[in-house]
Design a protein around this ligand. Structure first.
Ligand code: ADP
Ligand code: MG
Length: 678
């Protein structure tokens, strides 16, 4: 095999990390744990794995580099494959949930932290790898934090670290911020390698539009558009990066910006270079990767690039040429909501440290400017100093099950970089008990061992396993797949188009007979799959074809996992003596009895999980406006605005959950955690 990888391109030689490549590889060699810090864009993610590869580390195993975000794993792998001049999926590949682009030849593997966590389950010694790089540690994602604790636990014992290996595993932890002392002391005072960076000053200004009272308003979308346009028409050449919170908002902002740009006569001289036009590019997680590639290309001469992005552009991806930042001050974040007792995605003010990261993106090539659309008062009163790590603000159910299956029974004294509150751990144990994944003493059950194999929410897995034990997995697999992909329904921006789409979507729902959003998902999946021209079918029904394609692939993968598990002994088998048409709904109840609501009056429902929250059916549900006919329902998730809405809803009978509901209250959490305390 011929290799041409040593031909480093000149671009990567310009990166700050380049001069330190030899010392850096040496530092990795010299110590089992190493902390590497360096400014965003210094070349950590794309270059270090290549240096290690060239230094021969791959002789002893693959190099894994984890990313908290799937888009980052994919985009960076593409870039590195290009730099190493090999097709993606050969020497360089990536693996994210439900999408594995690696082969026998893959030695540099970018992957999400969740995927590596699953690999630890299968092989706690990580024997395939010579180096594991935990990247973007500063993001403090739940899975990265857990991996950090696990790697510390497994590999800080020298005997274990070398067991069955020709070469002890090297663990590198990379961060863009300077928490190096904390990380180093967590990892037994391991060495720290700080890549000196050069940054230029960024001038930050506050706006007047968004104040502390506007925390729940979405006015910031219009404000950033206005600001971006002002910058475009008044500032010297240089690209703009706008930070917003999510896809629909970003698309709206791009539309608004485009409309505005259409109305002006282009070609104005901003001081010296002429700026003729504005190239508007969205950037968010679920975007097709070919579209993402455009983001990194320099704009044509005279054209200013304006990237409208989620937080992904803060540290995970570096876009060259940015001189102006427009900061909305908000981010979409998964938080445990104590009002409804569930994790929900919500838009919240960013922290001050996050705002500084965002501003920093403007100072990579020359002095830059950051326009914050919020007031100084908003900064002082509404923005926390630091972002709370995910482990301290989201449900731990899935990771606690993973830890238990890894034999970490004592989940309370596990080495956490930042300890979650004990009540969060107890809450996770309680949920696992409710799903029959652990027994009263906190020990993993046979069912729990099966559940951990599925990369799904434990409740959904529980329903799927129930269906499989009854032999009706064909009903649940597509539903689970459809719930795992984003944005199935197209929601057009223009009101008249929206009406048309709504009508089609309602039509899809009524086809299933009784109104039931889960059954609608199943029906869409089946109709599209059996159609001769599935993409045309999607177009006609205002369904995202790309999402459906992913759902097909996810369904196949879930089916494979299930088949594999069914071949092992003791897969539960049950009989069903109910009504066949109710099979789907009854299976769903097994995993969703934690999400049961009962109509109390009018259109208001009350949840049965002990929180007794008042909830409404979301307008996107086919059951919206049918409330009068309903009594008991289960739901997939909630959306909290001024009201609490439940989404993906299905009517059920009380008998189906009658025996399960007491489980929500009878649990003795202290008994559950007793194993942990022994
Ligand atoms: P760090 O991890 O230290 O933040 P990276 O290794 O991600 O730095 O980035 C180094 C350089 O590689 C940056 O200049 C960035 O713009 C460039 N780069 C990264 N990914 C791509 C890509 N997909 N296309 C073009 N350039 C890229
Ligand atoms: Mg990086």
């Amino acid at each position: 095999k011929s290799t041409r990888w040593d031909s480093e391109d000149s671009e990567s030689k310009q990166l700050p990390i380049y001069q330190h490549r030899n010392k850096l590889t040496q530092a990795v060699k010299n110590s089992p744990f190493l902390v590497v810090t360096g400014e965003t864009g210094s070349g950590k993610t794309t270059q270090l794995p290549q240096y290690l590869h060239r230094a021969g580390f791959c002789k002893y195993g693959k190099i894994a580099i984890t990313q908290p975000r799937r888009v980052a794993a994919i985009t960076v792998a593409q870039r590195v494959a290009q730099e190493m001049r090999c097709p993606l999926g050969r020497e360089v590949g990536y693996q994210v949930r439900f999408d594995d682009c690696t082969s026998q030849d893959t030695v540099v593997k970018y992957m999400t932290d969740g995927c590596l966590l699953r690999e630890v389950l299968a092989d706690p010694g990580l024997s395939q790898y010579s180096v594991v790089i935990l990247d973007e540690i500063h993001e403090r994602s739940l899975n990265t934090d857990i991996l950090l604790g696990l790697l510390k636990k497994i590999f800080s014992n020298p005997a274990k670290a070398t067991k069955g290996r020709a070469f002890p595993l090297k663990v590198v932890v990379m961060s863009a911020t300077l928490e190096s002392d904390k990380l180093s002391s967590f990892l037994g005072d391991c060495p720290v390698f700080a890549i000196p960076g050069r940054t230029f000053p960024v001038t930050c200004t506050f706006g007047s539009a968004i104040g502390p009272k506007d925390i729940e308003s979405t006015a910031y979308v219009k404000e950033v558009v206005k600001m971006a346009f002002d910058v475009h028409t008044s500032e010297v050449a240089g690209d703009i990066l706008v930070f917003l919170t999510g896809q629909s908002e970003i698309e709206r902002a791009c539309d608004l910006l485009f409309e505005k740009a259409e109305t002006v006569d282009y070609r104005f001289d901003v001081q010296d270079p002429t700026v003729e036009g504005l190239l508007i590019l969205p950037l968010y997680g679920s975007m097709p990767t070919d579209q993402q590639r455009q983001i990194f290309q320099p704009p044509p001469p005279g054209i200013r690039k304006c990237v409208v992005a989620t937080n992904i552009a803060a540290t995970s991806l570096t876009i060259n040429g940015i001189k102006y930042i427009i900061d909305s001050g908000f981010v979409k974040q998964l938080n445990h909501n104590s009002r409804v007792g569930m994790d929900i995605l919500e838009v919240v003010p960013i922290s001050k440290s996050e705002a500084q990261q965002r501003a920093g993106r403007a100072g990579r090539i020359s002095a830059g400017k950051c326009f914050r659309i919020y007031t100084k008062e908003f900064w002082e009163k509404s923005m926390p100093e630091y972002t709370i790590p995910e482990i301290q603000r989201t449900s731990l159910t899935a990771v606690v099950l993973t830890l238990k299956c890894l034999g970490v029974n004592d989940v309370i004294s596990f080495p956490y970089l930042d300890r979650p509150e004990e009540r969060f751990i107890l809450e996770a144990l309680k949920q696992l008990y409710q799903f029959d994944a652990i027994d009263r003493r906190g020990r993993v059950t046979q069912l729990g061992e099966l559940m951990v194999e599925f990369p799904l929410h434990p409740g959904l897995t529980r329903s799927l396993l129930k269906a499989a034990s009854l032999g009706c997995q064909d009903l649940l697999l597509p539903v689970a797949a459809m719930l795992s992909v984003e944005n199935i329904f197209i929601r057009p921006g223009r009101p008249e188009k929206q009406k048309e789409a709504d009508k089609k979507h309602r039509g899809l729902a009524t086809r299933v007979g009784s109104m039931n959003d889960f059954a609608t998902l199943l029906s869409i999946f089946q109709s599209c799959k059996s159609s001769d021209r599935p993409s045309a079918w999607c177009k006609e029904n205002w369904i995202h074809w790309r999402a459906l394609k992913s759902a097909f692939s996810v369904e196949t993968q879930l089916r494979e996992i299930l088949l594999r598990l069914q071949q092992v002994q003791n897969f539960p088998v049950e009989t069903f003596d109910g009504n066949k048409s109710e099979l789907l709904r009854q299976c769903l109840c097994t995993g969703y009895f934690t999400n049961v609501a009962r109509r109390s009056m009018g259109k208001v429902f009350c949840t049965m999980d002990g929180h007794g929250s008042m909830v409404h059916i979301h307008p996107s549900s086919s059951l919206f406006d049918q409330e009068a006919e309903l009594n008991w329902v289960i739901f997939h998730d909630v959306l909290v605005t001024s009201r609490v809405y439940i989404r993906t809803v299905c009517p059920i009978r009380y008998e189906w959950v009658k025996d399960l509901l007491p489980k929500l209250h009878e649990v003795d959490v202290y008994e559950l955690s007793s194993v942990a305390r022994e």
